[in-house]
Design a protein around this ligand. Structure first.
Ligand code: MRU
Length: 366
């Protein structure tokens, strides 16, 4: 997507053929800073410390991390070490494992002299495919928005609520939840987005609001607790979120707080859609609540808040008694029964084993 007229992806190959460029997402929305990843350790830190984040982008960064590592050493032991280092960075988004397994499948059978070049090209393929897949998700989701727009009084926007950042910054481009929104906006449909701030790291406030604003999409930032109230008063026509891992039976794991939005949506008859590339489906998991590992992050993310002071300095402040402990589960699981539909690159299906099997018969579980 464009930033001040310049087209960007969230990750790109370095001109030297042995590094990758990223946007440091910890600095947004206050500063736009790009960084170069030129070692395995830098790629691992970028994922772990959330310079890059969002399930598809985590996968793409891991693919580049492997390619960068293999430029240094393409032996069997280096291949394993690269995999082990990157897989340990974040536990919940399955795209990380998906990308690492795909790199392994592509390069492990090759001789060490061929591996680095093959991994480099493969990382670029992963990125290009992500862009194409997200564009396809947007085309299918656009039709859902178009149908809602047809039922709105003339001149009124379709109001869409989203949680966290499943935007282009969370993928290589377009985003998952935002792709239908960008495509609807670009097609001239009136859309308006309610953006959950998404405590504790505020990905909605700092990333989603920023990227929607840069693209000119009308939006309003709300506190996480406002969604239910807005739904009760008919101010939300649909919810679209992303996901970090979707089970073979359609349970959806996403940023903490998504489950509460799904409950409120069901109570108010608001359609609740989840947009995802098929690389986010974990075909080995059936019961999301019991089986998906939920990342537990530092309590300091809850007790300290980052922001820009009136004097322009970006700073952090403590908002709780210094002695109060804080718990910080980063994701939750929305059971399939609360999900109206899954928007994938192959179309929209019900959040169920049968729904997923109808679109992905080659992967369907028995
Ligand atoms: C298209 S991204 C989908 C999810 O990865 C997104 O909604 C999300 O929860 C991101 O969490 P984060 O902790 O910022 O990596």
């Amino acid at each position: 997507m464009k930033i001040d007229g310049t087209a960007y992806r969230s990750i790109w190959a370095g001109a030297d053929g042995r590094s990758a460029g990223i946007i440091d997402q910890t600095r947004l929305p206050h500063e736009f800073v790009t960084l170069e990843l030129s070692s395995l350790d830098e790629a691992a830190v970028a994922i772990r410390d959330m310079w890059v984040r969002g399930a598809p982008l985590i996968g793409a960064t891991a693919a580049y991390g492997m390619a960068i590592a293999l430029r240094e050493d393409a032996s069997d032991s280096a291949l394993k070490a690269g995999y082990d280092t990157l897989i340990a960075t974040r536990p919940t988004a399955i795209n990380l494992k998906w990308a690492l397994d795909a790199v392994m499948a592509r390069v492990a059978p090759l001789s060490p002299t061929e591996r680095a070049e093959a991994a480099w090209h493969f990382a670029a393929e992963v990125c290009d495919e992500d862009v194409a897949v997200n564009h396809a998700i947007g085309s299918h989701g656009l039709e859902l928005i178009r149908a809602l727009a047809a039922r709105k009084p003339a001149g009124e926007p379709v109001n869409i609520l989203t949680h966290c950042n499943a935007g282009w910054l969370a993928t290589v481009d377009w985003g998952t939840a935002t792709s239908p929104i960008y495509q609807a906006h670009d097609a001239g449909l009136k859309v308006h987005v309610y953006v959950d701030e998404t405590r504790p790291r505020n990905q909605g406030a700092s990333l989603t609001a920023w990227e929607l604003g840069r693209h000119g999409v009308p939006h309003t930032l709300i506190v996480d607790n406002a969604g239910g109230h807005l739904m009760q008063h008919g101010q939300v026509d649909m919810v679209i979120t992303g996901t970090d891992r979707t089970t073979a039976l359609g349970d959806v794991c996403n940023k903490i707080g998504t489950y509460l939005k799904a409950l409120a949506a069901q109570d108010n008859g608001v359609p609740f859609y989840v947009a995802l590339p098929s690389s986010t489906i974990d075909w080995t998991v059936r019961d999301g609540v019991r089986e998906i590992p939920i990342e537990e992050r530092d309590g300091a993310e809850v007790t300290w808040v980052h922001g820009r002071r009136p004097d322009g300095v970006v700073d952090k402040v403590l908002i709780a008694p210094p002695t109060s402990p804080a718990a910080n589960p980063a994701f939750d699981v929305t059971p399939a029964r609360l999900v109206t539909g899954l928007i994938t690159e192959r179309g929209v299906c019900s959040a169920s084993q049968a729904g997923l099997a109808s679109l992905f018969p080659e992967r369907a579980v028995a």
